[in-house]
Write a protein that binds this ligand. Structure first.
Ligand code: SF4
Length: 256
């Protein structure tokens, strides 16, 4: 079937998307990078939770316990109290403790440094065996931390846009979207470029391609996007129907 895009494949589309977002938003930066364990903890806490609340809870944990080893060794109830503001704190507290214990058990101490000896795919898989760690948290632990590995973080904003651009299946989850998109990204993109790409997609999802009705008219990707074309077509059909007004009654059927 002929592609609806004026490009020869997904890689060209992704490069074009990246350029248009950089032109529209400016290229973002991230600083400072967290250490890998702190970024992992962030990932476990952040599900369905506002960024500001995740940040506050991470700070409370650090202030209250001092070290991640002390968090690991604390009673679950104390951890739960410290992270009480995050969504599902009662589920995340035991998962956080178990994840820190599991890392210590497997690596001999609470560190993720041995992941530097694994490929990106192996490191992702390793992290996802930990309690409470899905693809978003594993990719963020590797990319947003001082490890700066070449993994693309896809969150719900990013995923919604990929679906509207028809670059992934409509019912794809974060892992499937990652597996579909990652091989098409240019090999020349550094970890910093992947991070910037994610941040720009997220910003588009927060400001224009929002949940509910997307603001296609002001979107820098509108000429690439099948959803925008469908939305524009429907809107012009609705305007045309309104302008035509009600149809005059036709002749009454006379047949038997
Ligand atoms: S054109 Fe519309 S649907 Fe497509 S990415 Fe932009 S806002 Fe989202």
């Amino acid at each position: 079937m002929q592609s609806s895009f004026p490009f020869d494949g997904s890689q060209s589309i992704l490069i074009e998307i990246n350029q248009r977002l950089a032109d529209a938003f400016g290229r973002p930066t991230r600083s400072p990078l967290l250490d890998p364990i702190s970024q992992l903890v962030w990932g476990i806490l952040s599900g369905r939770t506002y960024t500001s609340v995740t940040q506050e809870s991470l700070t409370v944990l650090q202030d209250m316990f001092g070290t991640w080893e002390a968090v690991r060794d604390a009673p679950v109830a104390e951890i739960e109290r410290a992270i009480a503001k995050v969504t599902f704190a009662d589920i995340k507290a035991p998962r956080l403790k178990a994840a820190l214990e599991q890392i210590t058990g497997l690596f001999g101490r609470l560190t993720l440094t041995p992941l530097l000896n694994k490929s990106d795919a192996e490191a992702l898989y390793w992290l996802e065996q930990l309690p409470g760690v899905g693809r978003k948290a594993s990719a963020a632990t590797l990319n947003f931390s001082t490890m700066r590995r070449s993994t693309l973080v896809i969150d719900t904003h990013h995923l919604r846009i990929l679906k509207r651009l028809r670059l992934v299946r409509q019912n794809a989850d974060l892992s499937e979207a990652y597996d579909r998109i990652m091989p098409d990204l240019p090999e020349t993109w550094s970890a910093e470029e992947l991070d910037a790409h994610h941040q720009m997609m997220k910003l588009l999802g927060q400001t224009i391609c929002r949940h509910g009705l997307p603001g296609c008219a002001s979107c820098p990707l509108r000429t690439l996007c099948p959803t925008a074309k469908a939305t524009t077509r429907k809107a012009s059909q609705a305007t045309q129907t309104q302008n035509e007004g009600p149809r005059p009654p036709g002749p009454r059927p006379t047949g038997r």
